[in-house]
Design a protein around this ligand. Structure first.
Ligand SMILES: [Zn+2]
Length: 117
């Protein structure tokens, strides 16, 4: 893919001014940066995740940045980032199921402890 840099504005919950996302296509890799407090430290943030997932709900200027969004989607289609994010979401779902199973087992066990087993 040709080298490409795309910038997007995403809604900031803690301030008026939007955060900036940069999607960088270089060689055969796609990088995503965000200038929110977590993103600026290179950490996972919901803004980068939304952009990778193709979720437009956090875009601050969806109309004005239509072309940038299309370019971002095109870059993501050549990246393994969306697949890895799907993997994370699946792990989160499994973890939620486990938490519910633990809660239900604790309730059952405490009932059994009271009733005797
Ligand atoms: Zn962010």
């Amino acid at each position: 893919m040709p080298d490409q840099s795309v910038e997007l504005s995403v809604k900031a919950s803690s301030r008026k001014r939007p955060y900036r996302i940069e999607v960088l296509g270089q060689k055969d890799k796609v990088s995503v940066f965000c200038d929110c407090p977590a993103g600026a430290l290179g950490r996972f943030c919901k803004h980068k995740a939304a952009v990778v997932a193709g979720d437009m709900s956090l875009l601050a200027l969806p109309e004005e940045e239509k072309a940038q969004w299309a370019d971002t989607r095109a870059l993501m289609s050549q990246s393994t980032l969306p697949a890895k994010l799907d993997e994370l979401r699946a792990a989160e779902k499994d973890s939620e199921v486990s938490k519910q199973q633990i809660k239900s087992l604790k309730m059952r066990l405490s009932r059994m402890m009271q009733d005797g087993a």
